[in-house]
Design a protein around this ligand. Structure first.
Ligand code: HDE
Length: 715
């Protein structure tokens, strides 16, 4: 027998065998009676069928002319299965393609009737169902979570007045002022069109070329070069409506409003070096974190805050509220906290829910309206339009995740008909209004409850022009930079340096330096020094030069970081001979702080404690780098510590944790490993035994930033 033939025969035999085994396994899994009473009928219920209901007898093999013969074209069962598979993907979102979603509810703390008539903001006893989708912006659907990027924070409220969508981001301002520039912005940041490189990154020539030619981008650049663009978790991220909206109360009184989401766990970020490593070792870091937190009942919570601004206050602000590149400092208009958002249920199916959800800034309810912000006005067209190609036609509102399920009228109580993917069966002969033939049973307009746009005065010539009140592009960029502490400013400088180092065009780098010089001298000199560029940046003469605004401490993440461990993850590296009592004490203290503890050992099978008892590991060292944890502990015997000191993966685990400024606990015998990793004793390196209090306290205080300039000056 020649070898080709024998291999073929073997695979036929194996396939035959695997078919039998598979069929048996399936019989056990799907048709095994759950109780003695199950009958033959019940078995039929579990029968696999085609999409048209034909029972399928064999789901393992195509129909062939002889067992080793060619496949027959008439195999409609195979063709149906393969054809459906071939069409499984729909176009990904042009932006925000990669996302993660969750169900939950919103509840207001008290009636907001004084400012809005929106029904979901009236009754504190009422919970409104929501679906939230978090996302990155630039990366494709299969990209990694920890790109330096803005994050989407989109909330669909299924209210009784229909769906209200608050489609926001985790940064309160935007890159551009007018929607006309959005396609240009997105083309510039997406992979360069000739070679499709780079994925999910702004560090390339086309983005910075565009940025250097668009002075209005400078405020947003400060935010995306800050650690805000590297969230530790979707659970630890703020959200913002970005634009100014209008609230209207039942008396018709209108006020301006800015929407804010505040995470109960506080805002936290990772370092750039951590982000790049997480992307390699655990590209689903954020998606998994959200999913696992909800699965273990640790429900993410956010509070909704409103900055309510009356017309008189608006008139006194030294910038235009309609300009989406500006924020209203909380020191000028504090937040009014009005309710909470709780995410308590994971989707049942990623595609049907997270992928098919369609957010529309035009989904409004009575009591909330737009303003003339020219960026928002452009969005009013784009979202509805994009769903037509993404979800294949005008009936995407009928997909279960998009249906206005909070609304007693249901969807489709109108005379719109037909279209691709129509799933309803409207009854009767009347599909128009007014009519006299439906006996008055059909839906009619309702001026008492319906949506009525506030009668705002409109005047002015028809122009394509930017308002002069949008002209100051540097003052709030400066305000943001100067409101950061020294560590945060260093990170911004390092981020600009990294990104611009990837830019090959020197002209672009020089132009960017000129903008940075307008924003802040320290920022400019730090980046210029990092790039090793001495070109003069004095040439730029902006129409409106920056002026100094009082710093806004609320813009600093570190300034308002809560001292908690709740929702954070402690990684404990255990190696043979470790102190079991210390691990038990750590478990207890972590649970008391509502932190998660993961045991990592060189092998996933676990490690032996000092009594030779094997303790199972949650993760193996090679798959659990210390970048996945907020604080770390090393428990080992002297002997295993010596062994780990010669193991580069273990040494990197410790030296990364140290240089990422993490609090590091260790049993005294672990010292050789710490020495091999270059760990220098400081207030964040703490001996751990049965007593864990000092370690926990230090970990609650956060990172040891004082280490950073010495160990990681470039970020
Ligand atoms: Fe979006 N944006 N955007 N955007 N956006 C989309 O709509 C658009 C902007 C935001 O999880 C798209 O359904 C324009 C600001 C989020 O499904 C698209 C402009 C803010 C999501 C679109 C902006 C956002 C999107 C792509 C400038 C924060 C993801 C798929 C005029 C306030 C929603 C889709 C989800 C998605 C257009 C600017 C937030 C193409 C034209 C500002 C969170 O329609």
């Amino acid at each position: 027998m020649n070898s080709l033939f024998s291999t073929a025969l073997l695979s036929v035999l194996c396939l035959g065998l695997s078919h039998q085994v598979h069929a048996q396994a399936q019989a056990t899994a799907t048709t095994k009676p759950k109780s003695e009473k199950r009958t033959a009928e019940a078995k039929e219920e579990g029968t696999l069928t085609t999409n048209h209901g034909l029972p399928v007898a064999d789901n393992q093999n195509q129909l062939k002319a002889g067992v080793r013969g060619p496949v027959l074209l008439e195999d409609f069962i195979f063709r149906e299965k393969m054809q459906h598979f071939d069409h499984e993907r729909i176009p990904e979102r042009i932006v925000h393609a990669r996302g993660s979603g969750a169900h939950g509810y919103f509840q207001c703390y008290e009636s907001q009737a004084d400012i809005t008539k929106a029904a979901f903001l009236q009754d504190p006893a009422k919970k409104t169902e929501v679906f939230v989708r978090f996302s990155t912006v630039a990366g494709e659907r299969g990209s990694a979570d920890l790109a330096r990027d803005v994050r989407g924070f989109a909330v669909k409220f299924y209210t009784k007045e229909g769906n209200y969508d608050l489609v926001g981001n985790n940064i309160p301002v935007f890159f551009i002022q007018d929607a006309m520039k959005f396609p240009d912005l997105v083309h510039a940041v997406k992979p360069e069109p000739h070679n499709g490189i780079p994925q999910a990154a702004s560090a390339h020539d086309t983005f910075w070329d565009f940025a250097s030619l668009m002075p209005e981008i400078n405020h947003m650049l400060m935010w995306v070069m800050s650690d805000r663009a590297l969230p530790r978790s979707y659970r630890m991220m703020e959200g913002f409506g970005v634009h100014t909206f209008r609230l209207i109360n039942a008396k018709g009184v209108a006020s301006f409003v800015k929407f804010h989401w505040r995470p109960k766990l506080g805002v936290q970020s990772v370092l750039w070096d951590e982000a790049t490593k997480i992307n390699g070792k655990d590209p689903d870091f954020h998606r998994k974190d959200l999913w696992e937190a909800i699965e273990r009942g640790d429900f993410p919570e956010y509070e909704l805050g409103l900055q309510v601004i009356d017309d008189a206050t608006a008139a006194k602000l030294e910038f235009d509220l309609l300009d989406p590149t500006k924020l209203v400092p909380e020191e000028i208009v504090p937040l009014r906290i009005v309710g909470k958002l709780v995410l308590n249920r994971n989707p049942d199916n990623f595609f049907a829910e997270t992928e098919q959800i369609a957010f529309l800034p035009t989904n409004l309810v009575p009591g909330i309206e737009f303003t003339n912000d020219p960026l928002l006005q452009g969005r009013l067209f784009s979202y509805q339009d994009t769903q037509l190609s993404r979800l294949g036609g005008p009936n995407f509102h009928q997909l279960p995740i998009n249906q206005p399920k909070g609304c007693p009228m249901g969807f489709g109580t109108n005379f719109q008909r037909d279209g691709m993917h129509q799933t309803m069966v409207p009854k009767g002969r009347v599909a128009y209004e007014p009519n006299s033939l439906d006996g008055g049973k059909g839906p009619r307009e309702n001026p008492a409850q319906g949506f009525i746009s506030a009668p705002e005065e409109m005047t002015g010539p028809k122009v394509r022009k930017r308002s002069e009140t949008f002209g100051d592009h540097y003052s709030q960029a400066r305000l943001f930079f100067r409101s950061q502490n020294e560590t945060e400013q260093r990170h911004i400088i390092n981020a600009f340096t990294f990104e611009l180092s990837k830019v090959q065009s020197k002209e672009v780098r020089v132009r960017m330096l000129a903008h940075l010089a307008q924003v802040d001298a320290t920022l400019h000199s730090g980046v210029a020094a990092g790039l090793g560029m001495k070109e003069t940046s004095e040439t730029l003469k902006p129409a409106v030069p920056a002026h100094d605004l009082p710093p806004s401490p609320s813009l600093s993440i570190l300034g308002k970081a809560p001292k908690i461990l709740a929702g954070r993850k402690i990684g404990v590296l255990v190696a043979d001979g470790f102190n079991a009592a210390a691990l038990a004490a750590l478990r207890k203290s972590a649970a008391a702080e509502k932190a998660v503890l993961a045991v990592i050992s060189p092998k996933v099978g676990g490690a032996k404690d000092g009594e030779e008892k094997v303790v199972q590991a949650d993760m193996a060292l090679s798959g659990a780098p210390s970048v996945l944890f907020d604080a770390v502990v090393i428990l080992s015997s002297k002997e295993s510590s010596d062994q780990l000191a010669a193991d580069k993966t273990a040494v990197d685990w410790v030296s990364d944790a140290f240089s990422h400024c993490k609090v590091l606990g260790y049993s005294p015998d672990a010292r050789p490993l710490l020495d091999a990793a270059g760990v220098k004793a400081d207030e964040g390196t703490i001996e751990v035994g049965q007593e864990t209090g000092d370690f926990i306290q230090a970990a609650k205080n956060g990172r040891i930033w004082g280490r950073e300039p010495a160990v990681r000056p470039r970020g």
